[in-house]
Design a protein around this ligand. Structure first.
Ligand code: AHR
Length: 329
């Protein structure tokens, strides 16, 4: 996966032709598309993963704001409830609707080749946001998102700094199985903790949801009880669900069980500020403006970077307290 994270450039000249071709056909469907034919409104189909987390809610809002009518777009939005088949069906539907461009936040990395080839044949450019996929890079124009491997590595480095070579029993709440976010965070984290005293008792998916995190953590607690000393939750929501389970088991989150998560949503940062989480690595969800600019550039035939990364920070308790008053999501 990491090898695809190489920055490259794409001459999108062909896409300018795509824009004119697609706009004229979309003009038959809506008033917005009629304006598109005149080059004023761009119809974009956005295939979102679902609404699994606070991060996702912030990402959806950012995308809807950026792809607003005021900014020259007509947005056709679909949230696939984290079901890969439903997401691919949504992309098929965007192609049938002859949108000008398609944006995808892929639930999983696999299964994209056929529908992307279909979009390419229909001369509709595809821009990926948030998650990467395994398809041939020639099938999409650009990707904009966060470096999940680096996020996992940063979380792992905090673990090593905190526990060093002291034997420490850890459980892991993984994100959605098959998503680049889960796979790359696992890879980065495991590389960082290699050779440390961390002993992984169990690792299971909580599907990036609060309910999933709570249920899986309940199982971990039943099986391993007080021997658990550390939890790595691959997003805030699963960590917050796990906190409920830990408290229900009569243990103190952040004290009896140290917790490191990823995202830095307001809810996660609030838990960090009161010591229930010990460290959070940021994953920036406010990607809308950059993605919208990329879509416009691709359609205008401009040169765009193939892989574009957002910048992420990391927070301990004091840093969370300082950041919370101005936290946007
Ligand atoms: O792909 C980004 C991940 O997806 C976020 O960390 C998680 O909260 C979301 O659901």
């Amino acid at each position: 996966m990491k090898k695809k994270f190489v920055t490259g450039v794409l001459m999108a000249g062909a896409m300018a032709l795509v824009l004119s071709g697609c706009s004229s056909t979309s003009s038959t469907t809506t008033a917005g598309a009629t304006t598109a034919a005149a080059g004023k409104v761009i119809t974009v189909g956005f295939a979102q993963t679902g609404s699994e987390s606070g991060w996702r809610a912030a990402n959806t809002e950012s995308m809807k704001t950026a792809f607003s009518e005021a900014n020259g777009f007509k947005l056709v939005f679909n949230a696939a409830d984290n079901k890969p088949e439903a997401q691919i069906a949504a992309v098929h539907s965007f192609i049938n609707q002859k949108v000008d461009a398609i944006v995808i936040a892929a639930v999983v990395t696999t299964g994209w080749d056929d529908v992307l080839k279909e979009a390419q044949a229909a001369k509709i450019p595809v821009i990926l946001e948030d998650r990467t996929i395994d398809a041939d890079p020639s099938l999409y124009a650009a990707w904009f998102g966060d470096d999940f491997n680096k996020e996992g590595k940063t979380a792992g480095e905090w673990v090593v700094k905190t526990f060093g070579s002291t034997p420490t029993n850890m459980v892991v709440l993984e994100g959605t199985t098959g998503s680049s976010a889960a796979t790359d965070r696992t890879t980065g984290f495991n590389a960082a903790i290699k050779g440390s005293g961390i002993v992984q008792l169990a690792s299971q998916t909580g599907d990036f949801t609060r309910a999933g995190g709570k249920t899986v953590m309940e199982g971990f607690l039943q099986k391993y009880g007080k021997t658990i000393q550390l939890l790595f939750a691959q997003n805030d929501d699963m960590g917050l669900g796990a906190i409920d389970a830990i408290e229900a088991a009569g243990l103190k989150p952040g004290v009896d069980i140290k917790i490191v998560t990823i995202d830095a949503t307001k809810d996660g940062m609030t838990a960090l500020s009161v010591g229930k989480i010990n460290y959070i690595v940021e994953c920036q969800p406010l990607l809308g403006d950059q993605v919208a600019k990329t879509v416009k550039d691709v359609l205008a035939g401009k040169t765009v970077e193939k892989m574009q990364y957002g910048v992420d920070g990391a927070f301990d308790q004091a840093q969370a307290l300082a950041a919370l008053p101005t936290r946007k999501y």
